[in-house]
Design a protein around this ligand. Structure first.
Ligand code: SF4
Length: 433
């Protein structure tokens, strides 16, 4: 493959998948609100949940003292949970209070949680009822962030999937890029596409409802995030066509992602080279500075963010690492197939989780670095394994050329830290190991 000098003779596309359905250790989908509320300037996320849900959001997102927050929790009290009060009436009152105080809100998301699901509060009917009341000023949409149903990045997927049916129709030829990216990264992407002459570009989620443009059979879409399975399905349902490509991580992944779009829009090869050559060279240089610490080292992914497969592709092809196991909450080949084909055959591919069995496999393999959730990281560190928190890979800007070095650095730094500790405290490390 042109953009991948290290394309393996045989990739993981046909590797059998170990499917596990046991206890899992991941955050719930409410976590997505932490980055989504920053992207959507006119949105409000009203979690219909418990005090636990409110605490999760406040501790993870921080409390904004000077700004009006764009998320909150309608707390279900014991009498709601016991069915002694009509939670729908209380929800309507809460929404009325909120919208009368906040005319800046144009999109209101009712976000389901474990408690709202347990009492079977039908938030889709509530959203319909409230939309009828508040449209055209405010659109009310619901999605689930419940830990019973979703892993943490799926909150974004269920949110974006719920938005797709409301996007207006258009027959115009356009490109839609789905997946929330930090503003600075989105600007870099738009700049690259614009220099190639691709101008009719929209993103999902848009910054506000007023800037949403239409979609239809002449819309092609690319995913910026690999966890958007439901959004992908909804866009196909609206007649849009998916441009499949490896995800834009690292120099090679970014080039391949951009090239797939450039091919779709008939961008001449020389223009593509002219636009990508300099940032690609910068990215390669930045990665090389970290790859020396990563080359030949092994990595084990616990299923968490759903970024696992594209990241394993990046670490194998561009940093010389060997993946031992690549665990992902879900593996959808129509989305991550291009990355799977580029990972050299060998690692175990696992979908879902049975955490104890997977811990046994990680302990037996003793990888050089283990990518996992917060709950597993400390115990594994105590056992002498070097870890990387999966959630950090979602919160840090890691897409496209200019962030490629930072992405490699997220993996090389823990290795360097471990080597430094070992050099200063050899006995301590031996005790842990
Ligand atoms: S949605 Fe469920 S898992 Fe998430 S914070 Fe609320 S109770 Fe906990």
């Amino acid at each position: 493959m042109k953009d991948f000098p290290n394309t393996p003779a045989k990739g993981c596309g046909d590797t059998p998948i170990l499917k596990e359905r046991g206890q899992r250790e991941v955050f719930c989908g409410l976590t997505g609100i932490i980055w989504l509320h920053r992207k959507m300037q006119d949105a409000f996320f009203l979690v219909v949940g418990s005090r636990t849900c409110a605490h999760l959001l406040q501790s993870a997102a921080g409390v904004m003292i000077f700004a009006e927050p764009r998320f909150g929790t309608a707390i279900l009290e014991e009498k709601d949970l016991a069915g002694l009060a009509d939670a729908n009436d209380e929800l309507d009152r809460e929404v009325e209070r909120l919208l009368s105080r906040r005319p800046d809100i144009k999109q209101l998301f009712l976000v389901g949680s474990c408690p709202s699901e347990v009492i079977k509060l039908d938030l889709s009917r509530a959203a319909e009822r409230l939309s009828e009341r508040y449209l055209p000023d405010v659109r009310v949409v619901n999605f689930s962030g419940s830990g019973i149903e979703t892993t943490f990045t799926q909150g974004e997927d269920t949110c974006l999937a719920a938005m797709v049916p409301n996007l207006p129709h258009s027959d115009e030829r356009s490109l839609l890029v789905a997946g929330a990216l930090p503003d600075v990264v989105e600007d870099q992407m738009r700049d690259l596409l614009s220099k190639m002459g691709i101008e009719n570009v929209q993103v999902l989620p848009a910054a506000n409802a007023a800037s949403e443009r239409g979609i239809g059979p002449n819309t092609v879409f690319a995913l910026a995030q690999p966890f958007l399975g439901e959004t992908h399905a909804e866009l196909i349902r609206r007649g849009c066509r998916h441009i499949t490509a490896p995800f834009p991580f690292g120099a090679q992944g970014t080039t391949a992602w951009l090239r797939a779009i450039a091919t779709e829009f008939g961008v001449p090869d020389d223009l593509f080279e002219q636009v990508t050559a300099a940032p690609r060279a910068r990215a390669e240089k930045a990665i090389a500075a970290h790859a020396q610490d990563l080359n030949g080292k092994s990595v084990f992914f616990f299923p968490d963010s759903q970024l696992e497969i594209p990241l394993a592709r990046f670490l194998s092809n561009e940093c010389g690492m060997n993946a031992i196991e690549i665990g992902a909450p879900y593996i959808q080949k129509s989305i991550v197939g291009a990355d799977l084909d580029l990972i050299p055959e060998g690692p175990t591919l696992s979908e879902g989780q049975d955490v104890d069995l997977q811990l046994d496999r990680a302990r037996a393999a003793r990888p050089d670095i283990t990518v996992c959730g917060l709950g597993l990281a400390n115990p594994l560190e105590a056992e002498g394994l070097t870890t990387k928190w999966a959630i950090e890979l979602v919160f840090t800007p890691v897409h496209f050329y200019e962030q490629a070095g930072d992405l490699a650095g997220l993996f090389s730094r823990p290795m360097r830290r471990k080597a430094a500790i070992k050099a200063f405290h050899p006995n301590r490390m031996e005790a842990a190991e």
